[in-house]
Design a binder for this molecule. Structure first.
Ligand code: SF4
Ligand code: SF4
Length: 146
């Protein structure tokens, strides 16, 4: 079961209370990058919504530079260094996929993950294997859009 990002919205009709509950929810839960499960129907709706261009069609190579301002060398989460414009191995060949190195949970852009908001089959879910902290997500957003 994935985290229901819209639950708190549905539970309140007060804009101020809604905003408070959303922020409280984000503070109280663990932060983490999102992933796309094999339930993906390859509709493509999520890809253009990502502010970091972290979403790719299955089989398509990704790069740090796509949709960002990064040039030159870039340090990935595993400590390896890549050229930002290098085309890197797809993380999935069958379905759309999310690059954890570029996902910021939409921090700095939107109040909730946009991919999860638009996915018709709710297969954009939190990825427990990529736990994050808010400072790291904000720093990643700043690094990707300097
Ligand atoms: S949560 Fe936001 S930044 Fe991460 S993949 Fe989804 S749309 Fe992109
Ligand atoms: S919106 Fe959902 S079903 Fe459509 S491509 Fe993205 S993850 Fe797959």
């Amino acid at each position: 079961m994935h985290y229901d990002f819209n639950h708190e919205k549905r539970m309140s009709t007060s804009p101020n209370l809604t905003s408070f509950l959303i922020n409280k929810t984000f503070i109280n839960r663990n932060l983490m990058a999102l992933k796309i499960t094999e339930e993906c129907i390859n509709c493509g709706a999520c890809e253009p919504e990502c502010p970091n261009h972290a979403i790719y069609e299955g089989g398509i190579e990704w790069s740090v530079a796509d949709g960002t301002t990064v040039t030159g060398s870039y340090v990935l989460l595993d400590g390896s260094v890549v050229d930002a414009s290098a085309r890197l191995t797809p993380l999935s060949s069958d379905t759309y996929y999310i690059v954890p190195n570029k996902c910021t949970e939409c921090q700095g852009f939107h109040e909730e993950p946009q991919c999860s908001s638009v996915c018709p089959v709710d297969c954009c879910v939190l990825d427990p294997e990529h736990q994050e902290v808010i400072d790291a997500l904000i720093a990643r957003k700043e690094a990707l859009h300097a």
